[in-house]
Design a binder for this molecule. Structure first.
Ligand code: COA
Length: 259
């Protein structure tokens, strides 16, 4: 599919989505959200795709936040709509049955940090910078930042970053657990692909259930341990479970079909 604001390519089952607005440091405009929304929907339905990398065009930024040029004169109702739209798209990433990895290649600020946090993992290059600078604009994060930052790094440090608007470097993000790996820029996409290729050798339905269980931990009113029991039971009904267990006993590589 052709998009105006993002680039997409598929190689070995891995979809790479590149936010392509380098002249404004890949800021998340309405148009970017529309394209991202459509691309994420395609991930759910396209059997060719086993995993996704999201990155930013150019050498400077992953995504430098929501597009501030679209902010002027926003009413309360429009602000609510904007935040809801962003959260819907990011929730669809977080709840995707297929893994998403953010390849953070520069500034990941505001909505950019929130986009990276909605992905299941984050790999950064050495130039990456993370922050939630919304309070500088008289705002707060609206695309899940106050919740996901606390989930990932704990309340104390998250509160500091949210209230000071401080930017942190990649090594600090690694220390805090905000990113999974920091690599040289030339290794960034390769490292993400390597992780996704490893996951693609596993049983796809089991991977989807791991994602569901991980998200259940943070879902109000859901007993995560009971949810895990239910999902474990569902795995036992899959052909892939029969295949995986048989392959182990027969000392051969499993041939998973995603059924
Ligand atoms: N929305 C819209 N445009 C943005 C943007 C954003 N979030 N972030 C950067 N841009 C634009 C700049 O306006 C500038 O455009 P111009 O060349 O037409 O003037 C261009 O991208 C380059 O940015 P610039 O500020 O000149 O780069 P820099 O290296 O001096 O600073 C940042 C980089 C990321 C520190 C700075 O751009 C910044 O603070 N951006 C906003 C971050 C933010 O507050 N995000 C949260 C939004 S809720």
């Amino acid at each position: 599919m052709a998009y105006e604001n993002i680039l997409t390519s598929i190689e070995n089952g891995i979809l790479t989505i590149t936010i392509n607005q380098p002249h404004k440091l890949n800021a998340l405009s309405k148009g970017v959200f529309d394209d991202l929304d459509a691309a994420v929907k395609d991930v759910y339905s396209n059997d060719e795709i086993t995993g996704v990398i999201i990155t930013g065009a150019g050498e400077k930024a992953f995504v430098a936040g929501a597009d501030i040029s679209e902010f002027s004169g926003l009413t309360k109702a429009e602000g609510v709509r904007l935040a809801s739209r962003g959260q819907d798209v990011f929730n669809a990433i977080e709840n995707s049955p297929k893994p998403f990895i953010a390849a953070v290649n520069g500034f990941a600020l505001g909505g950019g940090c929130e986009l990276a946090m909605a992905c299941h993992m984050r790999v950064a290059n050495e130039n990456a910078r993370f922050g939630q600078p919304e309070v500088n604009l008289g705002l707060i994060p609206g695309y899940g930042g106050t919740q996901r930052l606390i989930q990932l790094i704990g309340k104390g440090k998250a509160m500091e970053l949210l209230m000071t608007a401080d930017m942190i470097k990649a090594d600090e993000a690694l220390r805090l657990g905000l990113v999974n790996h920091v690599v040289a820029n030339e290794e960034l996409l390769g490292k993400c692909a390597e992780i996704l290729q490893k996951i693609a050798t596993k049983a796809p339905l089991a991977i989807a259930k791991v994602i569901e269980c991980g998200n259940a931990y943070f879902t109000d009113g859901v007993n995560g341990l009971q949810f895990e029991i239910d999902k474990f039971g569902e795995c036992c009904e899959t052909e892939d479970f029969v295949e995986g267990a048989s392959a182990f006993i027969e000392k051969r590589k499993a041939d998973f079909k995603g059924r």
